[in-house]
Design a protein around this ligand. Sequence first.
Ligand code: PLP
Length: 457
Amino acid sequence: MTNPYRQLPSLDKLLARAELQPLIAQFGREAVRDEARALLDAIRSAIRAGEAPPSGDAIIVQLQDRVREALAPSLIPVINATGVIVHTNLGRALLSEEAKRAMIQVASSYSNLEYDLAAGKRGSRYIHAEALLTRLSGAEAALVVNNNAAAVNLVLRTLAAGREVIISRGELVEIGGGFRIPDILAQSGATLVEVGTTNRTRLADYARAISEHTGLLLKVHQSNYRIIGFTEEVEIHDLVGLARRLDRPLPVVHDLGSGTFLDTRPFGLAYEPRVQDSIAAGADVVTFSGDKLLGGPQAGIILGRKEIIARLKRQPLTRAFRVDKTTLAALQATLLAYLRGTATEEIPVWRMISTPAETLAGRARAWADALAQAGVRAELRPGSSAVGGGSLPGQTLPTTLLALPTDHPHRLLAALRAHTPPVIARVEEDAVVFDPRTVLPEQETALLDAIKHAMCA
Ligand SMILES: *Cc1c(COP(=O)(O)O)cnc(C)c1O
């Protein structure tokens, strides 16, 4: 009888194995040694419990898995086959080629981020993208911060801390991830005053609630839900009219959520409030996200009156919410596409929204043909894609789905997620379905490989 412990390699012998050198090059000798030591300890315990020692090759594979599981970067690209274009869990908007280029440029070189080139002295990062934003929206001034939640918080804190903020009961929304308007309000030091009912709020409800304690009137876009049936809401234009008629005029703040410069109706969708319409209606401040329908980087965009934006720029908290230089670079490039009038061709969110139904059907058919050649039976089914990102709730775009009928859809979904790159699909009836609308053409080969793998496993 040989001693089973003697069959285990020593730590040094193990680390000298040729198969482990790439792992050591990637993660460093110390980390691999720590994991190897822990693995050998675990194997010794298993032997004590009566198990047979694994082979040398099996130990290598276990160590590779262990190191990757512990140390491989957790944020990785995935294939979005869900058909939800602005998918918050999958990173929202993809950037245009120009935006990516601008990001790399400013990341690889010094820049005038906070330097005034004309004066040769310290400048402000808050001026970048401002001219483009005011040109596109008609607003007097603009400020970009880290995200829209920060934008709303900053605005409420600056304009209404210690005062009352009047908002319709139908607009006390939870955006997702626990982001609730009432909490943001409480957090900013303002007091919430709800008016109207869940389904109906009239101008008179706002008028009755206004007092000497009021700081501002807030309108929040019902981003991710819709109240239907017996409903009434006050338009931003009427709210502005009310606020201006007061002896002491109050600011009207419009949180648009998604915010778009383009009209959604020509794409077969309902009307999503446009940024420039809200400014034209007289809103004193408008806020929206950079990475929803705008199709740019994560950012919170604040537009509004010069004196209000100037106050926001002076607020100490603005520093904590400040935007990164690569974000500003990508945002400028994204905005230029709107200025050129080429947004629907250049910006992935809009390219996906505007992809013709025949193109999607053709791609799904090509996928089914390729899979058939590999012996995988797939069907084509009519389906619907969603815009997502807290915009256009209940609105869908017609598409053609590739469907894989299966008795165990959740097992198939898990196998697809375990692939490199992971594929995120969804279940519809008896099948796992894939929507070509959100799959990039350059990802198609990887997608089909993942499906073949998962179906044959
Ligand atoms: C999405 C959304 C927010 C939050 O925006 P982020 O950029 O995710 O911080 C705030 N308000 C509304 C109405 C939204 O739809």
